[in-house]
Design a protein around this ligand. Structure first.
Ligand code: MG
Length: 157
């Protein structure tokens, strides 16, 4: 068995769509990033890469590379899942938490889990997802950005 941890942060900006776990969530602003800035998919991808000892998302999908401008992060996650498979590793379980003050994301939780699971080609039961506020503290609490943390468990095939 191998374990990995992932963490990511993106800042809010007006005029951007808010995409979390591949779901476009109606809100007054969205997250800034070179790709679609899906902070949740990025944290999970880093947890998987960490567990596989395959570096990190910045190495695989550099933000200086035009190919990844506006990229669908679920596709990046899917690519990471393929790399793991090529390395003889199977994704056993993933759990993640989103930290944000607003908007409320719980109505979208299962759709996010479904998207993430299908891009990793694992059952939805193997993807845990929670959301929390930071009680008004820090950048998440001030509504300046969103952070995400994830853990992944892999096994050798
Ligand atoms: Mg990111």
């Amino acid at each position: 068995m191998r374990i990995g941890i992932g963490y990511d942060v993106h800042a809010f900006a007006e005029g951007r769509p808010l995409i979390l776990g591949g779901v476009r969530i109606p809100y007054e602003s969205g997250l800034i990033g070179h790709s679609d800035a899906d902070v949740l998919a990025h944290a999970i991808a880093d947890a998987l890469l960490g567990a596989a000892r395959l570096g990190d998302i910045g190495e695989h999908f550099p933000d200086t590379d035009k190919r990844y401008a506006g990229a669908d992060s679920l596709e990046l996650l899917s690519h990471v899942a393929e790399l793991l498979q090529e390395s003889g590793l199977r994704i056993v379980d993933v759990d993640a938490v989103l930290i944000l003050e607003r908007p409320k994301v719980s109505p979208h939780r299962d759709e996010m889990r479904r998207n993430l699971a299908s891009s990793m080609r694992i059952p939805i039961e193997c993807v845990g997802l929670k959301a929390t506020t930071s009680e008004g503290l820090g950048y998440e609490g001030r509504g300046e950005g969103v952070s995400a943390q994830a853990v992944a468990l892999l096994s050798e095939v």
